[in-house]
Design a protein around this ligand. Structure first.
Ligand SMILES: NC(=O)c1ccc[n+]([C@@H]2O[C@H](COP(=O)([O-])OP(=O)(O)OC[C@H]3O[C@@H](n4cnc5c(N)ncnc54)[C@H](OP(=O)(O)O)[C@@H]3O)[C@@H](O)[C@H]2O)c1
Length: 330
């Protein structure tokens, strides 16, 4: 039995009123779980949705927040692939109430990897959700091919930032879309070939210029709403709109007649595990790309453990890069 502190949602509402730091105990892990002492945890827009009661896969509070975490394994069930002392990162048991903003948490064994040598602990905790999502969207669902053009909305954000990196690793030309010059500079620093400011530039016209009038083969869309609808004007014939999420608060208003006339498709993505064998292949490939330095988490702001409610509130107007929380000091 391990005991420590955990940030838990006690009711739906504004993070400052609805999240409490509580004393908890963590029983020994059962098969499928790995118990870690958390060093860092990754953040993102889903935290805001969970606090507000808008996250579709969760029931009512109380539950722990934080979808991903990195740290040291402190307990495993018999037959585990991992051993006490391993440094790992993975997706937490947040769907069962065990979040990463805590001194200990359970990781889902199937979605856990040893931390690749090149990764810092901050990069490690921001890796699993964003890159698993980008992989599901770009490899399984789009699929994106080398030489194609990838347009990434919300490109300075969590899933968008991972899509920029994975898109480059897959051999695409990547056009990043973001809402400020600072964010576009960040995207260029982390591998994007081009950047378009959706607030100040004519997005379809710029994509047309950058692609010789052809448009984008794949649009990665974690934003939805008006930005996504505008971006659709720049999709190529045979293009694929990859629907990831709705950080704008609105789904994109797809028009089936437009899809028919301009010959493009839209695919929904929910990055949940397939079979154990398929899942192992995905994580091996992601870990290998990270080991080779082809992908790495574009870390943004690093918060302290006691700042979790403020950190979650700030995801409503996120700054560039993946937000990460330092839970324990090395
Ligand atoms: N399908 C899946 O399996 C899956 C997995 C993970 C996440 N998601 C979903 O993907 C969406 C994005 O998550 P994320 O963690 O990537 O978000 P994020 O890191 O916060 O990035 C979202 C980006 O969206 C843009 N944005 C536009 N309007 C916004 C608004 N009103 N509030 C906040 N951001 C806004 C911002 O870019 P600019 O400032 O540059 O415009 C921001 O950088 C969420 O809906 C999440 O639930 C889905």
């Amino acid at each position: 039995m391990f005991s420590g502190r955990a940030w838990r949602l006690v009711k739906f509402g504004a993070p400052a009123d609805s999240i409490e730091l509580q004393q908890m105990t963590w029983p020994e892990p059962v098969p499928g779980q790995v118990l870690i002492r958390v060093r860092t945890a990754g953040a993102g827009y889903p935290d805001v949705m969970m606090a507000a009661g808008h996250f579709p896969l969760l029931g009512n509070p109380p539950f722990g927040l934080g979808e991903e975490a990195a740290g040291e394994v402190v307990a495993v069930p018999s037959g585990s692939r991992f051993s006490v002392g391993d440094q790992v990162t993975g997706i937490t048991g947040f769907l069962d109430g065990w979040g990463g903003y805590a001194e200990y948490t359970y990781l889902r064994e199937e979605s856990t990897i040893k931390i690749p040598a090149r990764m810092t602990t901050e990069q490690a905790s921001g890796f699993p959700i964003a890159f698993r999502t980008a992989y599901a969207g770009l490899v399984d669902r789009a699929p994106l091919e080398a030489g194609q053009v990838l347009l990434v909305l919300g490109a300075a954000g969590s899933s968008g930032g991972a899509a920029v990196q994975l898109g480059k690793a897959l051999g695409a030309t990547v056009i990043a879309v973001a809402g400020s010059q600072e964010k576009l500079d960040f995207c260029r620093l982390h591998g994007a070939d081009h950047g378009v400011n959706h607030r100040t530039e004519d997005l379809p016209a710029r994509v047309g210029e950058l692609t010789g009038g052809r448009g984008a083969d794949v649009i990665f869309d974690p934003v939805g709403g008006a930005t996504a609808l505008t971006a659709l004007q720049a999709i190529a014939r045979d293009g694929r709109m990859v629907l990831i999420g709705l950080a704008s608060g609105e789904p994109v208003a797809l028009n089936s007649m437009d899809m028919l006339l301009r010959n493009y498709s839209a695919v929904g993505v929910l990055a949940t595990p397939g079979s154990a064998a398929e899942e192992a292949l995905v994580w091996d490939r992601l870990a290998d790309l990270a080991d080779r330095g082809a992908i790495s988490t574009p870390v943004g702001h690093v918060y302290d453990f006691l700042d979790v409610p403020e950190m979650i509130a700030r995801q409503l107007a996120p700054t560039a890069g993946k937000s990460v929380v330092r839970i324990t000091v090395e």
